[in-house]
Design a protein around this ligand. Structure first.
Ligand code: CU
Length: 118
């Protein structure tokens, strides 16, 4: 009787550290623009990131001049863009806080302001 034996070679996986750390979703630009002044209250805030986002774990909150929430709640996410519609908030300083999960499973967050007024 001939017994053939299989020699199982377990492949050694070399987990190489790649340049992955630079790939987080950072804010590329925003509309209204970061720190800018616009004449009338915008109907939405749109943020564009350097990487695609996971919609379920990405949020924007916007507060108006009196500290009241003016964002409509759940943002819409498409690729590397996220936007949220705004309720009327009047003139003054608006604070935008964002928190996103990118497709590489890393979370990033940040904030900025813009002004509404003549
Ligand atoms: Cu990352």
């Amino acid at each position: 009787m001939r017994v053939s034996s299989l020699l199982c070679v377990i492949p050694v996986l070399l987990l190489l550290a790649t340049g992955e750390a630079v790939a987080h979703a950072m804010l590329d630009h925003a509309e209204p623009r970061v720190g800018n002044k616009v004449a009338s209250p915008p109907h939405a805030v749109t943020l564009t990131f350097t990487q695609k986002l996971e919609a379920a774990f990405s949020t924007i909150t916007v507060t108006g001049p009196n500290g009241q929430r003016v964002d409509a709640g759940k943002p819409s996410v498409s690729g590397n863009q996220m936007s949220v519609t705004l309720k009327a908030g009047g003139a003054g300083t608006y604070h935008v806080n964002w928190h996103v999960l990118s497709v590489d499973t890393h979370t990033t967050e940040g904030n900025f302001t813009f002004q509404v007024g003549p």
